[in-house]
Design a protein around this ligand. Structure first.
Ligand SMILES: CC(C)(COP(=O)(O)OP(=O)(O)OC[C@H]1O[C@@H](n2cnc3c(N)ncnc32)[C@H](O)[C@@H]1OP(=O)(O)O)[C@@H](O)C(=O)NCCC(=O)NCCS
Length: 475
């Protein structure tokens, strides 16, 4: 009986994988295939994949190097390069209407096929890391092996903590976190190898070592910052029986199984959002100078700390709390409308709404909403977030200039964390940062494996643009 149940669960999982395989025809998912339990070593899998992808890039350059991808307009230059295709980013791709796909898989598909800690549970972030790096859905055994490897790499030297301790406790958690990441750089394998004259064909290997170490170590630094700032410096060590997400939750001080599930989901969905967003692009740009993963990722974190990007999750919860302070918990839709207008008339943005590329509700918002509907439907802040979903988009549409009036990932995350007791909004972007290490470092390994060059776009002055346009009109 037990055997039959396990067999039917396995076959339904395999069926769902096969459906995903059939429904995806894009080139990047051609790697997607059923995994046998053999070959548990991520490094050797990558070593096998790299030559094929190097050849693919070479052919792309030789055969299609001169094909045009579109026209660049003055508007594009003046509006933060919106709509300008200019980056190669293998790990994920964003569709304005559909949202993100990780190696061709949407978020619901990832939830369906990536191994979970328990049947029907949220994906394990280690599985997503495997997927981003290899383009293949890993088996549970592969994920468990990677989990163990990350735990073994999760050691942080004392001087890193002392560097953080040199900052006042009141320093913003993101500054403390980025400082800790910079201090980790002391142990960079890439820098050592470069100093020792490594051949460029081997760059990806120490980049891989640094990246896996970094991914393994950031939860320790992040939880250190949390416990330092909010829990009187009572630190909690790694639990060697737990997976990546559960361990992070544990080190923060949250052992509720639902919070662990939330953390797995949170880390999975915040990891990567193609290459042009501020943090990903910054990491990629800095790494293109052959700065090692620690230097590159610390730079990315500083971009993530901006309120129009990663800090928006902090801003959302603070904004929601200010609504409650002014209107009470049972705020009506009319009161909400007034508050939204007050925010806009004060020359501020409504945090958690809008996006640089997306044009529909962010699927990362949707899956967090589903989590809330399943686990905390009666939470008053969740109900307020649901009301905002009805109230804000029509107002932003009425403004006439907002390209996407729908909620983004940040509109929801804070309310879920708040529900389980992680109430300190100023800390939220650090969680985002831990998750981003997975996406940014995965692409960074491929940057070095593919030998991508120094990034150096051309800039021009207003005078140059004026002269160029005048000439274009007169000819
Ligand atoms: C994400 C964001 C920075 C994208 O900016 P963008 O690509 O320039 O967006 P748009 O092209 O739609 O912006 C056009 C105008 O609408 C405004 N706008 C966009 N989203 C808005 C929002 N949520 N509230 C108020 N105004 C908004 C912009 O500020 C801009 O105004 P301006 O012309 O006076 O400068 C923007 O939507 C925003 O500030 N959102 C709130 C912060 C947030 O949630 N960030 C997290 C993103 S995941």
């Amino acid at each position: 009986m037990v055997f039959f149940k396990a067999f039917s669960m396995l076959s339904s999982r395999l069926r769902s994988r096969a459906t995903v395989q059939r429904s995806n025809l894009s080139n990047s998912v051609r790697w997607l295939q059923m995994q046998s339990s053999s070959d548990l070593d991520l490094h050797s899998q990558l070593r096998e994949l790299i030559p094929e992808q190097q050849e693919r890039l070479k052919k792309l350059k030789t055969d299609y190097g001169k094909v045009q991808l579109g026209n660049i307009t003055v508007d594009m230059v003046l509006s933060g390069m919106r709509g300008m295709t200019g980056l190669l980013w293998e790990t994920s791709l964003l569709d304005p209407d559909e949202g993100i796909r990780f190696r061709g898989l949407s978020i619901p598909e990832c939830q369906q096929v990536l191994p979970a800690a328990k049947p029907g549970g949220e994906p394990l972030p280690e599985g997503l890391l495997w997927l981003l790096l290899t383009g293949k859905v890993p088996s549970k055994e592969q994920v468990d092996t990677l989990s163990k490897e990350l735990r073994n790499r999760a050691t942080v030297k004392d001087y890193v903590y002392k560097t953080i301790d040199a900052l006042p406790v009141s320093t913003h958690p993101m500054t403390q976190f980025a400082t800790g990441v910079m201090a980790l750089q002391v142990e960079s394998e890439f820098q050592k190898a470069y100093d020792n004259g490594i051949h460029k064909s081997k760059y990806w290997e120490p980049t891989y070592e640094d990246s896996l170490n970094l991914i393994a170590r950031v939860p320790l630094i992040a939880s250190y910052v949390y416990r330092r700032v909010y829990k009187g410096g009572k630190f909690i060590p790694v639990d060697h029986t737990l997976d990546y997400g559960a361990n992070f939750s544990h080190m923060l001080g949250f052992d509720n199984p639902q919070m662990q599930e939330l953390m797995r989901l949170y880390i999975t969905i915040h990891s990567d959002h193609e290459g042009g967003n501020v943090s990903a692009h910054t990491g990629h740009l800095v790494a293109s100078a052959l700065s090692d993963p620690y230097l590159s990722f610390a730079a990315a974190l500083n971009g993530l700390a901006g309120p129009l990007h990663g800090l928006a999750n902090q801003e959302v919860l603070l904004w929601i709390k200010s609504v409650i302070e002014e209107c009470g918990e049972n705020v009506t839709k009319e009161q909400l409308k007034d508050y939204v207008w007050k925010t806009l008339n004060g020359g501020k943005v409504v945090p958690g709404f809008g996006h640089g590329v997306l044009r529909k509700t962010d699927p990362r918002y949707t899956c967090q909403r589903e989590f809330a509907l399943k686990h905390l439907p009666d939470d008053p802040l969740f109900q307020l977030v649901s009301k905002l979903y009805e109230v804000v988009p029509p107002i932003l549409t009425e403004l006439g200039k907002v390209k996407n009036p729908w909620p983004n990932v940040d509109a929801h995350s804070g309310v879920l964390l708040n529900h389980y007791g992680l109430t300190e909004a100023r800390y939220y972007t650090v969680l985002f940062g831990v998750s981003r290490s997975i996406g940014i470092c995965s692409q960074l390994i491929w940057d070095r494996a593919l030998g991508l060059p120094l990034e150096r776009p051309k800039s021009v002055t207003m005078e140059w643009l004026e002269n160029h346009c005048k000439k274009a009109f007169s000819s």
